[in-house]
Every structure is written in C-alpha cells, then in structure tokens.
Design a protein around this ligand. Structure first.
Ligand code: HEC
Ligand code: HEC
Ligand code: HEC
Ligand code: HEC
Ligand code: HEC
Ligand code: HEC
Ligand code: HEC
Ligand code: HEC
Ligand code: HEC
Ligand code: HEC
Ligand code: HEC
Length: 423
C-alpha cells in the first residue's frame, strides 16, 4: 500500500472503522477513485470546515460555483466543486487544497491577472481529511441554495486581508511604484495593506464580495462616480501638476485618472500610462490630432521628440486649452526662445500669438503654416502698396517663399534698417 494513499483517504476510513476498503494501489494507478461508502459524519464535519475556511466565498455555497473571476481560463469564473473529484485522485485533491494555487491561467494572455487565487489551507490534518471527504461527496448541486450567506471567517478579515483571496494580484503589485505607498501613520504595513489606500477598506467587501459596491473600483462598469474614484487618487496627488485639476476641461467632462493611467498593469515604462506611447493615450479621444500629425509639416511628435505634454498639462492649468504655460507664446518660447525677442522691429502678430500664422499640431503647408503664402500674409496686408493684385506665377512677389523672398525676418528684425523685415 503506497504511503501517499495511506496518508490520504484510507487512514481516515480506517480510523473511522469503515469496513469497506478499496484496493488503494489499483485506484491510484488508474487515476480513479473507487467509490467507498460515504462517511456521513466526516462529510458533515467537512461541510463545517468548508464554511469555517471560507471556501464558499469563491466556490459558492455547496460548491455550486458562479463566482466571477475575470479573465480566468475557466469561463471567467471560479470553478464549482460539483464532481471535481472525478478529475483527481484523493491524494491529488488533498495536495491541491493543502497547497492552493497562486497562478490562475489567463483566458486572454494580454488581459489582467485573474483577481482570485486559491489560498493554501491552514487548518488541521483532520479538518483537511474531512474537507476532502466533503468535496468528494459533492456530486449534485445543492437543491436549495440558502439565501442567508454564512459569515466570512475572521481569518479572511482585518488589515492586509486582500492577500487571502487575491494572492497573485498582491504578488504582482510588488514591483509597482505604489507598493510602498501605504498610509504614513502605518510604517510597518506590508503590500497587502497598500491596496486599501485606493480601493478602500476590505472588510465590508470580504463579507459580501458579490456586491461590488463594497469596494472602490476604477473601471467603467463600476457604479462609483468619477468624483469618488478621483478622490481616492487625489488624496495623495492633489498638488503638483494636478493643482488645477478641479474645474479643468477634462475633470468637468467626468474623466477619471484611470482613463489615462493604468495602475495595476501599466502599459508604459513610466508614469503608469494606459498606452505604451503617451500620444496614444490622448488619441483614444482626440482623433483629429492623430490625423493632423500625419500632415507633411509637423513638429517631431511622430518622431517622439516632442509630446502633447510638452505644451499641455492634461491634469488642468490656469491657462486656456490646458496649455502648460501662461499663454500660447510662452508655451512656444519654452523651446523657440529666439522668437521671443526683444526685436528692434517687432512684427505685431508674432508677439500677439504664434497661432496667427502657425498650426502647432500639424499642417500641410510648409513650416506648420496655417495657409499658403502669399495668402497667409494677405489676410492682413491687403492694403500694402504691392502685390495685392493677382500676380503671374513666376513673379518675384509670389515665387518660392513669396513675400519672404524680400521680407525674410518675418518674426522680427534687429537690423537698424530692418523695419520692413528685409534683413
Ligand atoms: C479566494 C478564492 C478561493 C478560496 C477562498 C478557495 N478557493 Fe479553491 N480555487 C480557487 C481558484 C481560483 C481555483 C483554481 C481555478 C479554478 O478552477 O477556477 C481553485 C481551485 C480549487 C480546487 C481544484 C478545482 C479544479 O477544478 O481543479 C479545489 C478542489 C478547491 N479549489 C477547493 C477549495 C477548498 C476546499 C477551499 C476552502 C478550504 C477553497 N478551495 C477555497 C479559489 C478559491
Ligand atoms: C474573502 C475573500 C476576499 C477578500 C478578503 C478580498 N476580496 Fe476582493 N474579491 C473577492 C471576490 C470573491 C471577488 C469577485 C466578486 C465578483 O466579481 O463577483 C472580488 C473582487 C474584487 C475586485 C473586483 C475585480 C473585478 O473584476 O473588477 C476588486 C478590485 C477587489 N476584489 C479588491 C480587493 C481588495 C483591494 C481587497 C483588500 C482590501 C479585497 N479585494 C479583499 C474576494 C475577496
Ligand atoms: C494607487 C492605487 C491602487 C492601489 C494601491 C491598488 N490598486 Fe487595484 N486598481 C487600481 C485601479 C486604478 C484599477 C483599475 C484598473 C487599472 O488601472 O489597472 C485597479 C484594479 C484592480 C483590480 C481589478 C483588475 C482589473 O483589471 O479589472 C483588482 C482585483 C485590484 N485592483 C486589486 C488590488 C489589490 C489586491 C491591491 C493591493 C496589492 C491593489 N489593487 C492596489 C488602483 C489601485
Ligand atoms: C497613499 C498615497 C497614494 C495614493 C492614494 C495614490 N498614489 Fe499614486 N503615487 C504615490 C506615491 C508615493 C508615488 C511615487 C511618487 C514618487 O516617487 O514621486 C505615486 C506615483 C504615481 C504615478 C507616477 C508614476 C511614475 O512612474 O512616476 C502615477 C501616474 C500615479 N501615482 C497615479 C495614481 C492614481 C491614478 C491613483 C488613484 C487610482 C493614485 N496614484 C493613488 C502615492 C499615492
Ligand atoms: C487626459 C489624460 C490624463 C488624465 C485624465 C490624468 N492623467 Fe496623470 N498623467 C497623464 C500623462 C500623459 C502623464 C505624463 C506626463 C509627464 O510625463 O509629464 C501623467 C502623469 C501623472 C503623474 C506623474 C507626474 C507627476 O505629476 O509627478 C501623476 C502622479 C499623475 N499623472 C496622476 C494623475 C491623477 C491622480 C489623475 C486623476 C486626478 C490623473 N493623473 C489624470 C495623463 C493623464
Ligand atoms: C477619455 C477621453 C480623453 C482623453 C484620453 C484625452 N482627452 Fe483631452 N479632452 C477630452 C474632452 C471630452 C475634452 C473637452 C472637449 C470640448 O470641450 O470640446 C478634452 C479637451 C482637451 C483640450 C482642450 C481644452 C480646452 O480648454 O478646450 C486639450 C488641450 C486636451 N483635451 C488635451 C489632451 C491631451 C494632451 C491628452 C493626452 C494626455 C488628452 N487630452 C486625452 C477627452 C479626452
Ligand atoms: C507645440 C505645442 C503643442 C503640442 C506639442 C500639442 N499641442 Fe495641442 N494645442 C496647442 C495650442 C497652442 C493650442 C491652442 C489652440 C487654439 O487656441 O486654437 C492647442 C489646442 C489643443 C486642443 C484644443 C483644440 C480646440 O480647438 O479647442 C486639443 C484637443 C489639443 N491641443 C490636443 C493635443 C494633443 C492630443 C496633442 C498631442 C498629439 C497636442 N495637442 C500637442 C499646442 C500644442
Ligand atoms: C518641447 C519643445 C517645443 C515646443 C514647446 C514648441 N516647439 Fe516648435 N519645434 C520643436 C522642435 C524640436 C522642432 C523641430 C526643429 C527642427 O527640426 O530643427 C520644432 C519646429 C517648429 C516649427 C518648424 C516646423 C517645420 O516644419 O519646419 C514651427 C513653425 C514650430 N516649431 C512652431 C512652434 C509653435 C508655434 C509652438 C508653440 C505653440 C512651438 N513650436 C512649441 C520643439 C518645440
Ligand atoms: C506673421 C506670421 C507668423 C507668425 C505670427 C509667427 N510665425 Fe513663425 N514662421 C512664419 C513663416 C512665414 C515661417 C516660414 C519661414 C521661412 O520659410 O523661412 C515661419 C517659420 C517658423 C519656424 C521655423 C523656421 C525658423 O525660423 O526657425 C519657427 C520655429 C517658428 N516660425 C516659430 C514661431 C513662433 C514660436 C512664433 C510665435 C512667437 C511664430 N513663429 C509666429 C510666420 C509666422
Ligand atoms: C495677423 C495679421 C498679420 C499677418 C498674417 C501678417 N502681418 Fe505683417 N503686419 C501686421 C501688422 C498689424 C503690422 C504692423 C503694421 C503697422 O505697423 O502699420 C505688420 C507689419 C508688417 C511689415 C512692416 C510694415 C511696416 O509698415 O512697417 C511687413 C513688411 C509685413 N508685416 C510683412 C508680412 C508678411 C511678409 C507676412 C506673411 C509672411 C505678414 N506680414 C503676415 C499684421 C500681419
Ligand atoms: C521683391 C521684393 C518684395 C517682395 C517679394 C514683397 N515685398 Fe513687400 N516690400 C518690399 C519693399 C522693398 C518694401 C519697402 C518699400 C518702402 O520702404 O517704401 C516693401 C514694403 C512692404 C510693406 C510695408 C507697407 C508698404 O506698403 O510700404 C508691406 C506690408 C509689405 N511689403 C508686404 C508684402 C507682402 C504681404 C508681400 C507678399 C505678398 C510682399 N510684401 C512681397 C519688397 C517686397
């Protein structure tokens, strides 16, 4: 008789004085469980242990299943335990419960880690044997599923409780920049207590996991308001770049931090962004900007040398259009300082706004210009002595850089005789 089997099923039955004994070796070799006469007392005790250790939280009352486990290969649910014994030998089943399962296979390999893991069993040897007997006995779904749920055992409550049921998620979180963002008053906390700083306290949720309103969630299907979701983040991040978040264009459209950031499994190397490239984050909604970037003239955004946040602060600013500097021109001067002047001869539309002539997101005219020259200039200079009248194509007034063939210093001139921006 093999030791494994002895330790498992047989020992229990012998102790309980059951007369019928299966031939253990044969059963193990076949990988099948020969049906012994069920021991009602052990099964009943196993049923109590099933409640006591909270198995019902994930496997359902009476092993009926039905608990969601997003992106798990098992139909996105935790498998029920009805007839589970058919796929296991007794020792295997015992081992499974004793060790638990940290890694649950994903349905979509690129999707999130399934939230629920199987915890390892912490009870006594006798309880384990009883549990196995109970699980083996589950061959029909419970006829009546009780509407009153038993209370969740104390071992699943308290600080850091997330680890009990979400072990794989907690493990994965170790490498997150937030892994050490636990409350200041609590210097001895571990990662599992960190979860609460964003998701809220876990006890109410543990006692009734199927009511997802008991935990703060950040995705679209969550019933929490955008304001509540953001408040969880702003508790630590209100200052700095988010000083003007409240009332900003994005906030007032009920956007949430999680529209642009992904905390648990970020797609980017830095800033926990929802997409690998920052621009892609914005293009989720600003499709026109994506199209503009494909135009022939553009700043090196496509080349990733300039990004949206060089000019905008998506979290809100005191300037209009979420510009990160006080005005359009101040924004441009950050990189084009030479255009600031001062000039001896200033061209007023330049000092007023670069947007008088440029379209910063991309244009099909050279140098990001808003329109073709000479029309660009003639929107304002119709009164000029020369060429307001139509010119032959080869005329020096419209040829090549057009007006700038002569008025080359269009942003302003420091030459004593540069009044007409010719030098
Ligand atoms: C926090 C949730 C959770 C708790 C609590 C839990 N399990 Fe599990 N259990 C799982 C998950 C997840 C799996 C593996 C994936 C699956 O099959 O759905 C699993 C797998 C199993 C399996 C193997 C099932 C199979 O089809 O391969 C058995 C048996 C089992 N659990 C028994 C128990 C027992 C007994 C308890 C109580 C001591 C328990 N589980 C508590 C989540 C849990
Ligand atoms: C007693 C076990 C248990 C404990 C403890 C527990 N959870 Fe859960 N949690 C569950 C179950 C079961 C679900 C799945 C509920 C459902 O989808 O029906 C779940 C779901 C979730 C979800 C939603 C997942 C999704 O797919 O959207 C989040 C978020 C979550 N838990 C966070 C936490 C955090 C944070 C803690 C600790 C503060 C915690 N849980 C503690 C059992 C538990
Ligand atoms: C800094 C805030 C923050 C912390 C800390 C945090 N979470 Fe989350 N969690 C989120 C956000 C935001 C989401 C929504 C999806 C995302 O951004 O990845 C989320 C989603 C989830 C989900 C659902 C997964 C999904 O893809 O739908 C689970 C489960 C979860 N968190 C559990 C935990 C656990 C367990 C911990 C502790 C180890 C934890 N979270 C710590 C912010 C946080
Ligand atoms: C308990 C405080 C706390 C909460 C709550 C919190 N964070 Fe953080 N967060 C931090 C700390 C600490 C850092 C690390 C900052 C640092 O090192 O400068 C951080 C960093 C970040 C970063 C920058 C990552 C990087 O690579 O630089 C982002 C983005 C972020 N958090 C988003 C969020 C979002 C979104 C939420 C809400 C779902 C949130 N945080 C909730 C404390 C918190
Ligand atoms: C419209 C998209 C968008 C929204 C909404 C958004 N962020 Fe960001 N966030 C970004 C981008 C893009 C960066 C990277 C900026 C950079 O690297 O300068 C960033 C950077 C950060 C950083 C790291 C830089 C820093 O400030 O130290 C933190 C922290 C942060 N965001 C928190 C939040 C919080 C909290 C919210 C919700 C109140 C939020 N974000 C909402 C796009 C967004
Ligand atoms: C989830 C969708 C969404 C994402 C992602 C998003 N935005 Fe927006 N954005 C909006 C909406 C909605 C408005 C308001 C549009 C309106 O008022 O016409 C807006 C407005 C703006 C404005 C104009 C503000 C104003 O005062 O008129 C700027 C600039 C802007 N977004 C930049 C960005 C940048 C940069 C990013 C990426 C970091 C980004 N957005 C990501 C939805 C989004
Ligand atoms: C070189 C600076 C610069 C860069 C880079 C930039 N923007 Fe802008 N953006 C501006 C300026 C200036 C305005 C104001 C335009 C106006 O007032 O007409 C603006 C306006 C906007 C608006 C509001 C348009 C409207 O008509 O209300 C959106 C949306 C926007 N930008 C999105 C983006 C996105 C997305 C990116 C990244 C792909 C980006 N911007 C990159 C300078 C920039
Ligand atoms: C983050 C730095 C940065 C900011 C801010 C910035 N630019 Fe640029 N800009 C560049 C770079 C880099 C180039 C490419 C220079 C080169 O290729 O030599 C460029 C090129 C240009 C060009 C020439 C494009 C071409 O096709 O020749 C124009 C016009 C221009 N920027 C206008 C603006 C305007 C208007 C603003 C303010 C709305 C602005 N820039 C803000 C970095 C910036
Ligand atoms: C009156 C129209 C007009 C205004 C206003 C204007 N520009 Fe220009 N800009 C031009 C023209 C035209 C060109 C093309 C020059 C050429 O082809 O030699 C140009 C070219 C540029 C270039 C690329 C060539 C170079 O000189 O470096 C940059 C950068 C630039 N402008 C930045 C700015 C900035 C920054 C502002 C605002 C401070 C601004 N422009 C305002 C008309 C204007
Ligand atoms: C948004 C309107 C606007 C645009 C576009 C514009 N200008 Fe001007 N420009 C002015 C104003 C206003 C003055 C100042 C007129 C004055 O002082 O009487 C001026 C002055 C000038 C002067 C000097 C005239 C003088 O009397 O000293 C020249 C030359 C000139 N612009 C050429 C151009 C050229 C070339 C372009 C196209 C590249 C152009 N401008 C585009 C508004 C514009
Ligand atoms: C072949 C050279 C040349 C070209 C091309 C040219 N200009 Fe001029 N422009 C001049 C000269 C020279 C003056 C100065 C005349 C003076 O000082 O009396 C001048 C003066 C001006 C003035 C000052 C006001 C005035 O009437 O004296 C404006 C405005 C002006 N040009 C706009 C333009 C515009 C707009 C274009 C393009 C459609 C253009 N110029 C193309 C040579 C040129």
């Amino acid at each position: 008789m093999s030791n494994r089997v002895k330790k498992g099923w047989l020992l229990l039955l012998v102790i309980l004085g059951i007369v019928f004994l299966p031939t253990g070796e044969a059963a193990a070799q076949q990988g099948q469980v020969t049906q012994p006469a069920p021991d009602r007392a052990a099964i009943d005790r196993g049923g109590v242990a099933y409640q006591k250790y909270g198995c019902f939280v994930c496997h359902g009352s009476g092993g009926a299943g039905g608990v969601r486990n997003k992106n798990a290969i098992t139909a996105e649910q935790v498998a029920g335990l009805i007839k589970v014994a058919e796929g296991y030998t007794i020792p295997e089943l015992r081992q499974k419960i004793l060790e638990g399962m940290l890694i649950i296979q994903k349905k979509d390999p690129k999707g999130p880690t399934p939230p629920l893991s199987m915890p390892s069993f912490r009870g006594s040897e006798e309880e384990l044997n009883d549990l196995v007997a109970y699980v083996v006995s589950l061959d029909t779904p419970p006829s009546v599923v009780s509407t009153t749920r038993p209370p969740v055992p104390a071992s699943m409550l308290g600080k850091g409780n997330c680890r009990v049921c979400h072990a794989a998620v907690v493990k994965q979180f170790e490498s997150n920049i937030h892994a050490k963002a636990w409350p200041e008053e609590d210097s001895r906390s571990d990662i599992a207590t960190t979860c609460a700083v964003c998701h809220g306290d876990g006890d109410r949720h543990a006692q009734n996991p199927s009511d997802l309103r008991t935990i703060i969630r950040f995705n679209d299907v969550s019933s929490a308001s955008a304001h509540d979701k953001n408040a969880a983040c702003l508790a630590c991040h209100e200052r700095g770049l988010r000083f003007s978040w409240r009332g900003s264009a994005h906030e007032s459209r009920d956007m949430v931090c999680a529209d642009c950031h992904k905390i648990m499994a970020p797609a980017s190397d830095r800033r926990l962004l929802a997409k690998q490239q920052e621009m892609e984050v914005c293009f989720q909604c600003h499709q026109v900007r994506r199209a503009q970037l494909q135009r022939t003239s553009h700043m090196p955004l496509r080349e990733a040398k300039v990004t949206c946040t060089d000019c905008h602060n998506p979290h809100g600013t005191t300037a209009e259009k979420l510009l990160s500097a006080d005005s359009v021109n101040e924004t441009c001067y950050k990189c084009h300082a030479e255009k600031r002047g001062p000039f001896l001869w200033e061209h007023p539309p330049v000092a007023e706004s670069c947007l008088n002539c440029h379209e910063p997101h991309g244009s099909n005219h050279a140098s990001l210009l808003k329109s073709e020259r000479p029309r660009l200039c003639q929107r304002c200079h119709i009164e000029a002595r020369h060429p307001t009248t139509p010119q032959p194509v080869a005329s020096r007034f419209v040829f090549n850089r057009s007006c700038q063939n002569c008025h080359s210093q269009i942003h302003g001139s420091n030459h004593p005789s540069g009044v007409r921006f010719q030098r």
